[in-house]
Design a protein around this ligand. Structure first.
Ligand SMILES: NC(=O)c1ccc[n+]([C@@H]2O[C@H](COP(=O)([O-])OP(=O)(O)OC[C@H]3O[C@@H](n4cnc5c(N)ncnc54)[C@H](OP(=O)(O)O)[C@@H]3O)[C@@H](O)[C@H]2O)c1
Length: 246
């Protein structure tokens, strides 16, 4: 039986992905900052593990606890909205620690196991903001663009060891906690000088229903990335991401 570890399994895409693999008879390590029973169905194939991907000692503990896995899904992440002038460099660095360096650190930690096994898959969850620039999301976009660039180069580096790397690129998904978490991080993100312009940007948002991405779209995309060796390195998921990717 194969084992997948999903970071950020407490909600949204991570929770849906953990459930999707659990439903398909995989052994699932659901990694959460604060493990909570009851989010996923009880199963002897499910393990909850405490993990903060920005904390080196937490990663080390998780690797020692979990042992070898077959698939790592770097899903944990957060958004940040604001004009650059309204984003402190501390906030920008924290975002990269989570969205970019967190995924790199997790990958580095599990890589020796993959090399020993001569097999493994790393799936990094990016965002469709990398497909089309959006104002007031430049720092978030940079953190995900860096993750994608890293993934593509890293894929070549580990291919000789039987390790595959995929990037799943979801569109906008209002159903997850992402928006609320991003707003919490984005306090003071719009300085006064940008207020009128930002208002125009927000009011220009289409009023009619538009394509979105569901958590299930993302779970399916991760499943494809893992189970279909012929899948492309970058996999847009959700109707909006697919449209942007052309
Ligand atoms: N929703 C969207 O519109 C959208 C679109 C494109 C891409 N994405 C990306 O998809 C991924 C999942 O987002 P989501 O929409 O599912 O949002 P979400 O519901 O807010 O889930 C984010 C997850 O990341 C976890 N997390 C945050 N900081 C962490 C840390 N330091 N260590 C470990 N876990 C941490 C959260 O755990 P806690 O419960 O402990 O906070 C939560 O489980 C993110 O990488 C996000 O950038 C989202």
């Amino acid at each position: 039986m194969k084992t997948v570890l999903v970071t950020g399994s407490s909600s949204g895409f991570g929770l849906a992905t953990a459930r999707y693999f659990l439903d398909r008879d995989w052994s699932v390590v659901a990694a959460m900052r604060t493990p909570r029973k009851g989010l996923l169905p009880d199963s002897n194939r499910l393990r909850l593990v405490a993990l903060d991907v920005t904390d080196a000692s937490s990663i080390e503990r998780a690797v020692n606890d979990v042992g070898d896995i077959d698939v790592l899904v770097n899903n944990a992440g957060a958004g940040l909205m604001g004009a650059l002038e309204g984003v402190s460099m501390d906030a920008a660095r924290q975002l990269f620690e989570l969205n970019t360096f967190g995924a790199m650190a997790m990958t580095q930690a599990f890589l020796p196991g993959f090399r020993r096994q001569g097999a493994g898959v790393v799936v990094n969850v990016s965002s469709a903001v990398t497909l089309k620039p959006i104002p007031l999301l430049s720092v978030y976009t940079a953190s995900k663009a860096a993750l994608e660039a890293f993934s593509e180069g890293f894929a070549l580096e580990v291919e000789p060891f039987g390790v595959r790397v995929r990037v799943v690129i979801p569109g906008r998904s209002p159903e997850t906690s992402f928006g609320a978490a991003a707003r919490a991080r984005s306090e003071n993100g719009i300085p006064q000088a940008y207020a009128a312009w930002a208002k125009q940007v927000f009011s220009a948002a289409p009023q009619q229903p538009i394509d979105i991405t569901t958590a299930n779209d993302v779970a399916k995309g991760v499943w494809q990335a893992v189970t279909d060796a012929s899948s492309p390195c970058r996999i847009p998921v959700g109707a909006d991401a697919a449209a942007l990717a052309g």
